[in-house]
Design a protein around this ligand. Structure first.
Ligand code: NAD
Length: 260
């Protein structure tokens, strides 16, 4: 039980990587707050956790909406008494060549990935500082926090931006023992990636099998996808780490696709 009685807010936790982190944290004794766009989907994850003997609540939160973020964090504090861990994980992907990329789509990407990270960080840091018990903030970056890929301009820009935010949070948070780190996964088979495979195949005029083999996994050391559990174990390690020695870092979990 590495997270006994810690309170963790995880955004985008109704699906994929966020859901796996929420389930792992709950198994490790944390009280988890499943924050996602639709209450129904968030509640389904929370129910799964409580049925397995864990503690969880669901909150409806669009991370790019200031009022919803502040209300969601307040609801978490009301239910569980504070916030010890934030996993800023909610995200989407929109693939397009830059010359065809609509400005509204670009702004939507930055709003979810960067505004969302800022708003959840601000609300949680305020609570962590008030409680005086320190805290851990984890951003879901990507190998695209370090590498570029065609057709992913907004995603790559936003994921690089998270590295900058984490460094500032690490510096500002240190006096209150608040740590900030970024996890940078390679490709993980979640709905976000499953949607991309046919889209990339159409953009590149290749088969879906070729997208997997020659685009997504081409640079890995062993041709394997990273799993949600690989990412959840990294998120557990970062959340449970006992000192501010590990702060302002990015940890790449990608089967060697990117080596730092
Ligand atoms: P997913 O589509 O399975 O889950 C994303 C979740 O975020 C969904 O439940 C969705 O409803 C939620 N979400 C979307 N917009 C939101 C908003 N405005 N407010 C609140 N919630 C919102 O995707 P995933 O693959 O689990 O992705 C999770 C994170 O991991 C993303 O930040 C993504 O960029 C990152 N990531 C994914 C991969 C991968 O290969 N799957 C690799 C590197 C990084």
């Amino acid at each position: 039980m590495q997270l006994n009685n810690k309170v963790a807010i995880i955004t985008g936790a109704a699906s994929g990587i966020g859901k796996e982190i929420a389930c792992e944290y709950a198994r490790q004794g944390a009280k988890v707050v499943i924050a996602d766009l639709a209450l129904e989907a968030a509640s389904a994850t929370a129910n799964e956790i409580t049925q397995a003997g864990g503690k969880a609540i669901a909150v409806a939160m669009d991370v790019s909406n200031e009022a919803q973020v502040d209300q969601g964090v307040a609801a978490a504090v009301a239910a569980f008494g504070g916030v010890d861990i934030l996993v800023s994980n909610a995200g989407i992907q929109i693939i397009s060549p830059i010359v065809d990329f609509g400005f509204e789509q670009w702004k939507k990407m930055l709003a979810i990935h960067l505004d969302g990270a800022f708003l959840t960080t601000r609300a949680c840091m305020r609570e962590m500082i008030k409680a005086g018990k320190g805290g851990a903030i984890i951003y879901m970056g990507s190998v695209h926090s370090h590498e570029g890929s065609p057709f992913k301009s907004a995603y790559v820009a936003a994921k690089h931006g998270l590295l900058g935010l984490a460094k500032v949070v690490a510096k500002e948070g240190a006096k209150d023992r608040i740590r900030a780190n970024v996890i940078c996964p390679g490709f993980v088979r979640t709905p976000l990636v499953d949607k991309q495979i046919p889209e990339q195949a159409a953009q590149l005029h290749i088969s879906e099998a070729d997208v997997i083999k020659n685009v997504m996994l081409k640079e890995t050391i062993d041709g394997e996808f990273t799993t949600t559990q690989d990412v959840a174990q990294t998120a557990l390690w970062l959340a449970a780490f006992p000192s501010t020695a590990l702060s302002g870092q990015s940890i790449v979990v990608s089967h060697g696709w990117h080596m730092q």
